[in-house]
Write a protein that binds this ligand. Structure first.
Ligand code: ATP
Ligand code: MG
Length: 481
Protein backbone atom coordinates (compact mmCIF):
# COMPACT_ATOMS: atom_id res chain seq x y z
CA UNK A 1 0.00 0.00 0.00
CA UNK A 2 1.34 3.44 -0.79
CA UNK A 3 2.27 5.36 2.26
CA UNK A 4 0.68 8.82 2.44
CA UNK A 5 1.87 11.88 4.25
CA UNK A 6 0.53 15.43 4.18
CA UNK A 7 3.10 17.83 2.84
CA UNK A 8 1.87 20.44 5.22
CA UNK A 9 2.77 18.26 8.16
CA UNK A 10 6.13 17.05 6.99
CA UNK A 11 8.17 18.97 4.45
CA UNK A 12 10.23 16.57 2.40
CA UNK A 13 11.85 18.40 -0.42
CA UNK A 14 13.50 21.72 -0.67
CA UNK A 15 12.84 21.82 -4.38
CA UNK A 16 9.04 21.97 -4.01
CA UNK A 17 7.87 25.53 -3.66
CA UNK A 18 4.68 25.73 -1.72
CA UNK A 19 2.12 28.18 -3.03
CA UNK A 20 -0.95 26.48 -1.64
CA UNK A 21 -3.98 28.56 -0.80
CA UNK A 22 -7.27 27.63 0.78
CA UNK A 23 -8.60 26.87 -2.69
CA UNK A 24 -5.52 24.97 -3.64
CA UNK A 25 -4.48 22.70 -0.79
CA UNK A 26 -1.03 21.26 -0.48
CA UNK A 27 -0.56 17.98 -2.29
CA UNK A 28 -0.57 14.60 -0.70
CA UNK A 29 2.77 12.93 -1.22
CA UNK A 30 2.59 9.26 -1.89
CA UNK A 31 5.88 7.55 -1.34
CA UNK A 32 6.61 4.09 -2.74
CA UNK A 33 4.27 4.68 -5.61
CA UNK A 34 3.77 1.11 -6.81
CA UNK A 35 4.93 2.19 -10.25
CA UNK A 36 7.26 -0.54 -11.52
CA UNK A 37 10.51 1.25 -12.44
CA UNK A 38 11.01 -0.98 -15.47
CA UNK A 39 7.85 0.43 -17.11
CA UNK A 40 8.99 4.05 -16.93
CA UNK A 41 10.70 5.43 -20.02
CA UNK A 42 14.43 5.75 -19.34
CA UNK A 43 14.47 8.71 -21.74
CA UNK A 44 11.79 10.57 -19.80
CA UNK A 45 13.66 9.89 -16.56
CA UNK A 46 16.89 11.19 -18.13
CA UNK A 47 15.10 14.39 -19.17
CA UNK A 48 13.74 14.91 -15.65
CA UNK A 49 17.21 14.36 -14.23
CA UNK A 50 18.86 16.80 -16.61
CA UNK A 51 16.28 19.50 -15.94
CA UNK A 52 16.81 19.10 -12.20
CA UNK A 53 20.56 19.22 -12.54
CA UNK A 54 20.09 22.52 -14.33
CA UNK A 55 18.07 23.77 -11.35
CA UNK A 56 14.52 23.29 -12.69
CA UNK A 57 11.87 21.31 -10.90
CA UNK A 58 10.56 18.50 -13.15
CA UNK A 59 8.20 15.51 -12.95
CA UNK A 60 6.50 12.93 -15.09
CA UNK A 61 2.87 13.89 -15.34
CA UNK A 62 -0.46 13.21 -17.00
CA UNK A 63 -1.48 10.12 -18.90
CA UNK A 64 1.75 8.20 -18.30
CA UNK A 65 1.39 8.34 -14.51
CA UNK A 66 -2.32 7.52 -14.75
CA UNK A 67 -1.71 4.57 -17.06
CA UNK A 68 1.16 3.18 -15.00
CA UNK A 69 -0.99 3.30 -11.87
CA UNK A 70 -3.72 1.47 -13.77
CA UNK A 71 -1.18 -1.19 -14.72
CA UNK A 72 -1.11 -0.21 -18.39
CA UNK A 73 1.71 0.68 -20.72
CA UNK A 74 1.64 4.41 -21.44
CA UNK A 75 1.31 5.51 -25.04
CA UNK A 76 3.82 8.29 -24.44
CA UNK A 77 5.47 10.19 -21.63
CA UNK A 78 4.89 13.81 -20.62
CA UNK A 79 7.16 15.89 -18.44
CA UNK A 80 6.14 19.05 -16.58
CA UNK A 81 8.82 21.46 -15.46
CA UNK A 82 9.49 24.91 -14.13
CA UNK A 83 11.80 25.56 -17.10
CA UNK A 84 10.47 27.85 -19.84
CA UNK A 85 10.47 26.63 -23.46
CA UNK A 86 13.63 28.53 -24.35
CA UNK A 87 15.48 27.06 -21.36
CA UNK A 88 14.29 23.56 -22.30
CA UNK A 89 15.48 24.02 -25.88
CA UNK A 90 18.84 25.27 -24.65
CA UNK A 91 19.30 22.15 -22.53
CA UNK A 92 18.23 19.66 -25.19
CA UNK A 93 19.65 20.22 -28.64
CA UNK A 94 17.25 17.80 -30.33
CA UNK A 95 14.15 19.68 -29.32
CA UNK A 96 11.60 21.96 -30.92
CA UNK A 97 8.71 24.08 -29.77
CA UNK A 98 5.34 22.97 -31.08
CA UNK A 99 1.79 24.21 -30.66
CA UNK A 100 0.35 27.64 -30.52
CA UNK A 101 -2.74 27.40 -28.37
CA UNK A 102 -0.64 25.37 -25.99
CA UNK A 103 3.09 25.64 -26.48
CA UNK A 104 5.17 22.62 -25.54
CA UNK A 105 8.61 21.33 -26.38
CA UNK A 106 9.15 18.03 -28.14
CA UNK A 107 12.42 16.62 -26.91
CA UNK A 108 13.78 13.81 -29.00
CA UNK A 109 15.88 11.33 -27.10
CA UNK A 110 17.14 8.31 -28.96
CA UNK A 111 14.04 7.28 -30.95
CA UNK A 112 11.49 8.59 -28.48
CA UNK A 113 9.80 11.99 -28.41
CA UNK A 114 8.93 13.26 -24.94
CA UNK A 115 6.52 16.18 -24.55
CA UNK A 116 7.92 18.68 -22.09
CA UNK A 117 5.60 21.45 -20.91
CA UNK A 118 6.22 24.38 -18.62
CA UNK A 119 4.08 24.63 -15.46
CA UNK A 120 1.06 26.80 -16.26
CA UNK A 121 -1.70 28.45 -14.37
CA UNK A 122 -5.36 28.61 -15.20
CA UNK A 123 -6.60 32.08 -16.07
CA UNK A 124 -9.97 33.47 -15.18
CA UNK A 125 -12.00 34.88 -18.04
CA UNK A 126 -12.19 38.24 -16.26
CA UNK A 127 -8.46 38.37 -15.66
CA UNK A 128 -7.94 41.94 -16.88
CA UNK A 129 -4.20 41.78 -16.87
CA UNK A 130 -4.55 39.19 -19.58
CA UNK A 131 -7.46 40.50 -21.58
CA UNK A 132 -5.86 43.90 -21.86
CA UNK A 133 -2.80 42.59 -23.60
CA UNK A 134 -3.10 41.92 -27.29
CA UNK A 135 -1.77 38.56 -28.42
CA UNK A 136 1.40 38.84 -30.39
CA UNK A 137 0.92 36.70 -33.46
CA UNK A 138 4.64 36.45 -34.02
CA UNK A 139 5.51 35.02 -30.61
CA UNK A 140 8.85 33.34 -30.60
CA UNK A 141 10.38 30.76 -28.36
CA UNK A 142 12.01 33.59 -26.50
CA UNK A 143 8.79 35.38 -25.72
CA UNK A 144 8.31 35.85 -22.02
CA UNK A 145 5.24 34.45 -20.42
CA UNK A 146 2.58 34.49 -23.15
CA UNK A 147 -1.08 34.85 -22.31
CA UNK A 148 -4.10 32.66 -22.31
CA UNK A 149 -7.01 34.19 -24.11
CA UNK A 150 -10.67 33.42 -24.26
CA UNK A 151 -13.00 33.49 -27.22
CA UNK A 152 -16.31 35.32 -26.96
CA UNK A 153 -17.90 32.09 -25.76
CA UNK A 154 -15.43 31.69 -22.93
CA UNK A 155 -13.30 29.18 -24.75
CA UNK A 156 -9.56 29.15 -24.16
CA UNK A 157 -7.86 29.96 -27.42
CA UNK A 158 -4.41 30.24 -25.95
CA UNK A 159 -3.06 28.70 -22.81
CA UNK A 160 0.49 29.80 -22.23
CA UNK A 161 0.41 31.66 -18.93
CA UNK A 162 3.17 30.10 -16.90
CA UNK A 163 2.79 29.33 -13.23
CA UNK A 164 3.92 27.12 -10.39
CA UNK A 165 3.57 23.39 -10.01
CA UNK A 166 0.64 23.90 -7.62
CA UNK A 167 -1.14 26.05 -10.17
CA UNK A 168 -0.28 23.65 -12.94
CA UNK A 169 -2.12 20.82 -11.19
CA UNK A 170 -5.41 22.74 -11.09
CA UNK A 171 -5.43 23.79 -14.72
CA UNK A 172 -5.32 20.16 -15.88
CA UNK A 173 -8.50 18.42 -16.99
CA UNK A 174 -9.15 15.33 -14.85
CA UNK A 175 -7.95 14.54 -11.34
CA UNK A 176 -6.34 11.33 -12.61
CA UNK A 177 -4.35 13.40 -15.12
CA UNK A 178 -2.97 15.71 -12.44
CA UNK A 179 -0.62 13.30 -10.68
CA UNK A 180 3.09 14.16 -10.66
CA UNK A 181 5.69 11.42 -10.40
CA UNK A 182 9.18 11.99 -9.12
CA UNK A 183 11.17 9.04 -10.46
CA UNK A 184 14.22 9.74 -8.30
CA UNK A 185 12.26 9.57 -5.05
CA UNK A 186 9.61 7.17 -6.40
CA UNK A 187 6.98 9.53 -5.05
CA UNK A 188 3.70 10.83 -6.42
CA UNK A 189 2.22 14.26 -5.70
CA UNK A 190 -1.54 14.37 -5.70
CA UNK A 191 -3.21 17.79 -5.45
CA UNK A 192 -6.75 16.96 -6.50
CA UNK A 193 -7.60 13.51 -5.20
CA UNK A 194 -6.42 11.76 -8.36
CA UNK A 195 -5.17 8.67 -6.48
CA UNK A 196 -8.62 7.95 -5.04
CA UNK A 197 -10.14 8.42 -8.49
CA UNK A 198 -7.60 6.05 -10.03
CA UNK A 199 -8.59 3.49 -7.40
CA UNK A 200 -12.31 3.91 -8.12
CA UNK A 201 -11.74 4.29 -11.88
CA UNK A 202 -13.51 7.65 -11.93
CA UNK A 203 -12.97 10.45 -14.45
CA UNK A 204 -13.68 13.60 -12.49
CA UNK A 205 -13.02 17.05 -13.84
CA UNK A 206 -11.02 19.38 -11.66
CA UNK A 207 -13.34 22.25 -10.69
CA UNK A 208 -16.80 22.98 -12.09
CA UNK A 209 -17.42 20.63 -15.05
CA UNK A 210 -19.64 23.08 -16.95
CA UNK A 211 -17.01 25.78 -16.72
CA UNK A 212 -14.20 23.41 -17.67
CA UNK A 213 -16.15 22.16 -20.71
CA UNK A 214 -16.91 25.69 -21.81
CA UNK A 215 -13.25 26.65 -21.52
CA UNK A 216 -12.34 23.71 -23.71
CA UNK A 217 -15.12 21.53 -25.20
CA UNK A 218 -12.53 18.97 -26.37
CA UNK A 219 -12.43 17.84 -22.74
CA UNK A 220 -15.77 16.13 -23.42
CA UNK A 221 -14.14 14.04 -26.12
CA UNK A 222 -11.19 13.34 -23.86
CA UNK A 223 -13.55 12.10 -21.14
CA UNK A 224 -15.13 9.70 -23.59
CA UNK A 225 -11.81 8.56 -24.97
CA UNK A 226 -10.37 7.78 -21.55
CA UNK A 227 -13.60 6.12 -20.43
CA UNK A 228 -13.54 3.86 -23.50
CA UNK A 229 -9.85 3.10 -23.39
CA UNK A 230 -9.37 2.69 -19.66
CA UNK A 231 -12.76 1.31 -18.68
CA UNK A 232 -13.33 4.28 -16.38
CA UNK A 233 -16.62 5.84 -15.36
CA UNK A 234 -17.30 9.49 -16.14
CA UNK A 235 -18.45 11.19 -12.95
CA UNK A 236 -22.13 12.15 -12.90
CA UNK A 237 -21.41 15.88 -12.59
CA UNK A 238 -19.46 15.76 -15.85
CA UNK A 239 -22.11 13.65 -17.58
CA UNK A 240 -24.75 16.20 -16.61
CA UNK A 241 -22.64 19.09 -17.88
CA UNK A 242 -22.15 17.46 -21.27
CA UNK A 243 -25.75 17.71 -22.35
CA UNK A 244 -26.07 21.48 -22.50
CA UNK A 245 -22.45 21.99 -23.57
CA UNK A 246 -21.87 19.37 -26.26
CA UNK A 247 -22.93 21.69 -29.08
CA UNK A 248 -19.93 23.88 -28.17
CA UNK A 249 -17.77 21.31 -29.93
CA UNK A 250 -18.78 22.98 -33.20
CA UNK A 251 -16.79 26.04 -32.16
CA UNK A 252 -13.54 24.09 -31.86
CA UNK A 253 -11.20 24.53 -34.85
CA UNK A 254 -11.56 21.71 -37.39
CA UNK A 255 -7.88 20.73 -37.29
CA UNK A 256 -8.07 20.07 -33.55
CA UNK A 257 -11.30 18.10 -33.89
CA UNK A 258 -9.83 16.05 -36.69
CA UNK A 259 -6.86 15.27 -34.48
CA UNK A 260 -9.26 14.07 -31.79
CA UNK A 261 -11.22 12.07 -34.39
CA UNK A 262 -8.05 10.08 -35.02
CA UNK A 263 -7.45 9.51 -31.32
CA UNK A 264 -11.06 8.48 -30.77
CA UNK A 265 -11.33 6.00 -33.60
CA UNK A 266 -7.85 4.87 -34.56
CA UNK A 267 -6.51 3.87 -31.15
CA UNK A 268 -8.02 0.41 -30.97
CA UNK A 269 -11.01 1.23 -28.76
CA UNK A 270 -13.27 2.62 -31.45
CA UNK A 271 -16.24 0.34 -30.86
CA UNK A 272 -16.62 1.32 -27.21
CA UNK A 273 -15.88 4.96 -28.07
CA UNK A 274 -18.66 4.94 -30.65
CA UNK A 275 -21.13 3.56 -28.10
CA UNK A 276 -20.21 6.23 -25.59
CA UNK A 277 -20.31 9.05 -28.14
CA UNK A 278 -23.78 7.92 -29.16
CA UNK A 279 -24.89 7.53 -25.59
CA UNK A 280 -23.83 11.08 -24.76
CA UNK A 281 -25.39 12.56 -27.89
CA UNK A 282 -22.05 13.65 -29.36
CA UNK A 283 -22.07 11.65 -32.59
CA UNK A 284 -24.66 13.85 -34.22
CA UNK A 285 -22.78 16.98 -33.17
CA UNK A 286 -19.51 15.78 -34.67
CA UNK A 287 -21.15 14.26 -37.74
CA UNK A 288 -24.18 16.29 -38.78
CA UNK A 289 -25.32 13.88 -41.52
CA UNK A 290 -28.76 13.32 -43.03
CA UNK A 291 -28.57 9.67 -41.94
CA UNK A 292 -26.94 8.57 -38.71
CA UNK A 293 -23.69 6.70 -39.44
CA UNK A 294 -24.97 3.15 -39.62
CA UNK A 295 -23.88 -0.38 -40.12
CA UNK A 296 -20.95 0.35 -42.42
CA UNK A 297 -19.33 2.76 -39.97
CA UNK A 298 -19.74 0.30 -37.12
CA UNK A 299 -18.17 -2.44 -39.21
CA UNK A 300 -15.33 -0.19 -40.30
CA UNK A 301 -14.63 0.68 -36.67
CA UNK A 302 -14.63 -2.99 -35.65
CA UNK A 303 -12.29 -3.69 -38.55
CA UNK A 304 -10.00 -0.84 -37.48
CA UNK A 305 -9.93 -2.04 -33.85
CA UNK A 306 -8.96 -5.47 -35.09
CA UNK A 307 -6.18 -4.07 -37.29
CA UNK A 308 -4.80 -2.02 -34.39
CA UNK A 309 -4.79 -5.16 -32.24
CA UNK A 310 -2.83 -6.92 -35.00
CA UNK A 311 -0.44 -3.99 -35.34
CA UNK A 312 -1.52 -3.32 -38.93
CA UNK A 313 -1.66 0.21 -40.35
CA UNK A 314 -4.95 2.10 -40.15
CA UNK A 315 -6.11 5.25 -41.87
CA UNK A 316 -8.80 7.85 -41.22
CA UNK A 317 -9.71 7.86 -44.94
CA UNK A 318 -11.15 4.35 -44.68
CA UNK A 319 -13.32 5.28 -41.70
CA UNK A 320 -14.49 8.44 -43.44
CA UNK A 321 -15.40 6.40 -46.52
CA UNK A 322 -17.61 4.20 -44.33
CA UNK A 323 -19.02 7.13 -42.38
CA UNK A 324 -20.20 8.98 -45.49
CA UNK A 325 -20.94 5.95 -47.67
CA UNK A 326 -24.71 6.09 -47.43
CA UNK A 327 -24.77 9.75 -48.27
CA UNK A 328 -22.43 9.28 -51.24
CA UNK A 329 -24.10 6.09 -52.47
CA UNK A 330 -27.48 7.81 -52.68
CA UNK A 331 -26.01 10.50 -54.89
CA UNK A 332 -24.00 7.97 -56.88
CA UNK A 333 -27.18 6.08 -57.78
CA UNK A 334 -28.36 9.20 -59.56
CA UNK A 335 -24.99 9.49 -61.27
CA UNK A 336 -25.33 6.09 -62.96
CA UNK A 337 -28.45 7.31 -64.74
CA UNK A 338 -26.54 10.17 -66.38
CA UNK A 339 -25.04 10.06 -69.88
CA UNK A 340 -21.54 8.59 -69.86
CA UNK A 341 -19.67 11.84 -70.45
CA UNK A 342 -21.20 13.47 -67.38
CA UNK A 343 -20.68 10.66 -64.92
CA UNK A 344 -17.12 11.30 -63.79
CA UNK A 345 -17.80 14.90 -62.93
CA UNK A 346 -21.08 14.03 -61.21
CA UNK A 347 -19.39 11.30 -59.19
CA UNK A 348 -16.69 13.76 -58.06
CA UNK A 349 -19.42 16.23 -57.13
CA UNK A 350 -21.22 13.56 -55.10
CA UNK A 351 -18.02 12.80 -53.19
CA UNK A 352 -17.37 16.49 -52.57
CA UNK A 353 -20.98 16.94 -51.43
CA UNK A 354 -20.65 14.11 -48.91
CA UNK A 355 -17.45 15.59 -47.45
CA UNK A 356 -18.95 19.06 -47.31
CA UNK A 357 -21.15 17.82 -44.46
CA UNK A 358 -18.09 17.58 -42.23
CA UNK A 359 -16.70 20.99 -43.16
CA UNK A 360 -18.08 22.70 -40.06
CA UNK A 361 -16.87 20.05 -37.63
CA UNK A 362 -13.95 17.65 -38.12
CA UNK A 363 -13.08 19.15 -41.51
CA UNK A 364 -10.90 16.29 -42.80
CA UNK A 365 -7.80 17.24 -44.79
CA UNK A 366 -8.24 16.83 -48.51
CA UNK A 367 -5.96 13.84 -48.89
CA UNK A 368 -8.32 11.75 -46.76
CA UNK A 369 -11.27 12.85 -48.89
CA UNK A 370 -9.42 11.72 -52.02
CA UNK A 371 -8.63 8.42 -50.37
CA UNK A 372 -12.32 7.83 -49.60
CA UNK A 373 -13.31 8.97 -53.08
CA UNK A 374 -10.96 6.40 -54.66
CA UNK A 375 -12.47 3.66 -52.52
CA UNK A 376 -16.00 4.71 -53.48
CA UNK A 377 -15.29 5.05 -57.18
CA UNK A 378 -13.68 1.63 -57.36
CA UNK A 379 -16.79 -0.08 -55.96
CA UNK A 380 -18.76 -0.20 -59.25
CA UNK A 381 -15.72 -1.71 -60.99
CA UNK A 382 -15.43 -4.35 -58.30
CA UNK A 383 -19.08 -5.18 -58.83
CA UNK A 384 -19.11 -5.14 -62.67
CA UNK A 385 -15.88 -7.06 -63.24
CA UNK A 386 -15.47 -6.48 -66.95
CA UNK A 387 -11.97 -7.25 -68.15
CA UNK A 388 -11.13 -3.55 -68.07
CA UNK A 389 -12.59 -3.11 -64.60
CA UNK A 390 -10.52 -5.99 -63.27
CA UNK A 391 -7.33 -4.67 -64.82
CA UNK A 392 -7.89 -1.14 -63.63
CA UNK A 393 -8.94 -2.23 -60.14
CA UNK A 394 -6.03 -4.61 -59.57
CA UNK A 395 -3.56 -2.00 -60.73
CA UNK A 396 -5.06 0.81 -58.66
CA UNK A 397 -3.05 1.99 -55.68
CA UNK A 398 -6.19 1.98 -53.54
CA UNK A 399 -7.22 -1.50 -54.61
CA UNK A 400 -6.49 -3.05 -51.23
CA UNK A 401 -8.55 -0.46 -49.34
CA UNK A 402 -11.37 -0.71 -51.89
CA UNK A 403 -11.34 -4.49 -51.54
CA UNK A 404 -11.47 -4.24 -47.73
CA UNK A 405 -14.40 -1.87 -48.17
CA UNK A 406 -16.12 -4.39 -50.44
CA UNK A 407 -15.68 -7.01 -47.71
CA UNK A 408 -17.53 -4.75 -45.28
CA UNK A 409 -20.29 -4.27 -47.82
CA UNK A 410 -20.55 -8.03 -48.25
CA UNK A 411 -20.74 -8.46 -44.46
CA UNK A 412 -23.48 -5.85 -44.38
CA UNK A 413 -25.38 -7.77 -47.06
CA UNK A 414 -25.03 -4.99 -49.64
CA UNK A 415 -23.26 -7.21 -52.17
CA UNK A 416 -23.15 -11.01 -52.47
CA UNK A 417 -20.52 -12.84 -50.42
CA UNK A 418 -19.44 -14.63 -53.63
CA UNK A 419 -18.33 -11.32 -55.09
CA UNK A 420 -15.97 -10.73 -52.17
CA UNK A 421 -14.75 -14.29 -52.49
CA UNK A 422 -14.11 -13.81 -56.22
CA UNK A 423 -11.92 -10.80 -55.49
CA UNK A 424 -10.10 -12.63 -52.73
CA UNK A 425 -9.12 -15.28 -55.25
CA UNK A 426 -8.50 -12.85 -58.10
CA UNK A 427 -5.56 -11.35 -56.26
CA UNK A 428 -3.50 -14.51 -56.49
CA UNK A 429 -5.20 -16.26 -59.40
CA UNK A 430 -3.41 -17.43 -62.51
CA UNK A 431 -4.25 -14.81 -65.19
CA UNK A 432 -5.75 -17.41 -67.52
CA UNK A 433 -7.99 -18.79 -64.76
CA UNK A 434 -8.94 -15.26 -63.89
CA UNK A 435 -9.92 -14.54 -67.47
CA UNK A 436 -12.04 -17.68 -67.54
CA UNK A 437 -13.79 -16.71 -64.34
CA UNK A 438 -14.90 -13.27 -65.48
CA UNK A 439 -18.65 -13.01 -65.44
CA UNK A 440 -20.23 -13.12 -68.89
CA UNK A 441 -20.72 -9.59 -70.16
CA UNK A 442 -24.42 -8.75 -70.39
CA UNK A 443 -25.79 -8.46 -73.92
CA UNK A 444 -26.83 -4.86 -73.83
CA UNK A 445 -26.68 -1.91 -76.16
CA UNK A 446 -23.83 -0.55 -74.11
CA UNK A 447 -21.73 -3.54 -75.07
CA UNK A 448 -22.20 -2.86 -78.75
CA UNK A 449 -21.14 0.69 -78.27
CA UNK A 450 -17.98 -0.46 -76.54
CA UNK A 451 -17.15 -2.88 -79.33
CA UNK A 452 -17.37 -0.10 -81.86
CA UNK A 453 -15.11 1.99 -79.67
CA UNK A 454 -12.50 -0.74 -79.50
CA UNK A 455 -12.48 -1.18 -83.24
CA UNK A 456 -11.76 2.46 -83.66
CA UNK A 457 -8.86 2.25 -81.23
CA UNK A 458 -7.10 -1.05 -81.58
CA UNK A 459 -4.31 -0.02 -79.21
CA UNK A 460 -6.70 -0.03 -76.30
CA UNK A 461 -7.43 -3.73 -76.83
CA UNK A 462 -3.80 -4.51 -76.20
CA UNK A 463 -3.63 -2.11 -73.29
CA UNK A 464 -5.89 -4.53 -71.46
CA UNK A 465 -3.85 -7.53 -70.42
CA UNK A 466 -6.85 -9.69 -69.64
CA UNK A 467 -7.89 -9.53 -73.28
CA UNK A 468 -4.58 -10.51 -74.82
CA UNK A 469 -3.07 -13.98 -74.76
CA UNK A 470 0.13 -12.96 -72.98
CA UNK A 471 -0.81 -9.57 -71.64
CA UNK A 472 -1.83 -10.95 -68.28
CA UNK A 473 1.81 -11.09 -67.29
CA UNK A 474 1.91 -7.31 -67.60
CA UNK A 475 -0.84 -6.89 -65.07
CA UNK A 476 0.21 -4.54 -62.32
CA UNK A 477 0.58 -6.31 -59.01
CA UNK A 478 -1.83 -5.07 -56.34
CA UNK A 479 -0.07 -2.59 -54.09
CA UNK A 480 0.47 -3.41 -50.45
CA UNK A 481 -2.31 -2.23 -48.12
P1 ATP B 1 -2.83 10.03 -23.69
O1 ATP B 1 -1.48 10.61 -24.00
O2 ATP B 1 -2.79 8.64 -23.18
O3 ATP B 1 -3.81 10.24 -24.77
P2 ATP B 1 -2.86 12.13 -21.73
O4 ATP B 1 -3.71 12.38 -20.52
O5 ATP B 1 -1.39 12.00 -21.50
O6 ATP B 1 -3.45 10.85 -22.45
P3 ATP B 1 -2.15 14.30 -23.44
O7 ATP B 1 -2.93 14.90 -24.54
O8 ATP B 1 -0.85 13.66 -23.72
O9 ATP B 1 -3.15 13.26 -22.77
O10 ATP B 1 -1.98 15.43 -22.35
C1 ATP B 1 -1.06 15.33 -21.25
C2 ATP B 1 -1.67 15.97 -20.02
O11 ATP B 1 -1.92 17.36 -20.28
C3 ATP B 1 -3.02 15.41 -19.60
O12 ATP B 1 -2.88 14.26 -18.82
C4 ATP B 1 -3.60 16.56 -18.84
O13 ATP B 1 -3.05 16.66 -17.55
C5 ATP B 1 -3.13 17.76 -19.64
N1 ATP B 1 -4.11 18.13 -20.67
C6 ATP B 1 -4.15 17.70 -21.95
N2 ATP B 1 -5.17 18.24 -22.61
C7 ATP B 1 -5.81 19.03 -21.74
C8 ATP B 1 -6.95 19.88 -21.82
N3 ATP B 1 -7.63 19.99 -22.96
N4 ATP B 1 -7.31 20.57 -20.71
C9 ATP B 1 -6.61 20.46 -19.57
N5 ATP B 1 -5.54 19.68 -19.44
C10 ATP B 1 -5.13 18.97 -20.48
MG1 MG C 1 0.15 11.84 -23.00
Amino acid sequence: MPQEEQLGQRPFSATIKRHATLDQPLPTRIAASAIPPGRVSANAVAIVRKLREAGFDAYLVGGCVRDLLLGRTPKDFDVATAARPDAICALFPRSRVVGRRFRIVHVRMRREVIEVSTFRRALAEDDESVLDSTPNMAESVHAPSAQAHFSERGMIVRDNAYGTMDEDAFRRDFTVNALYYDPAADAIFDYCGGMADVASRTLRLIGDPAKRFREDPVRMLRAIRFAAKLGMRIHQTAVRAMEPDRALLCAVPGARLFDEFGKLFLSGYGARTLELLEHHGIMRILFPLPHPPGDMFQRAIANTDQRVAEDKPVTPGFLLAALLWRDYAEQAKLVSALPRGERDQASDDAARGAFARLRETISPPRRHAYFAQDIWQLQPRLERRTATDVTVALGHRRFRAAYDFLLLRAEAGEVPAELAQWWAEAQTADPEDLRQSLPAAPKTRRRRTRRRGRRRNAASVHANPLRTPNGAAERAAPPPA
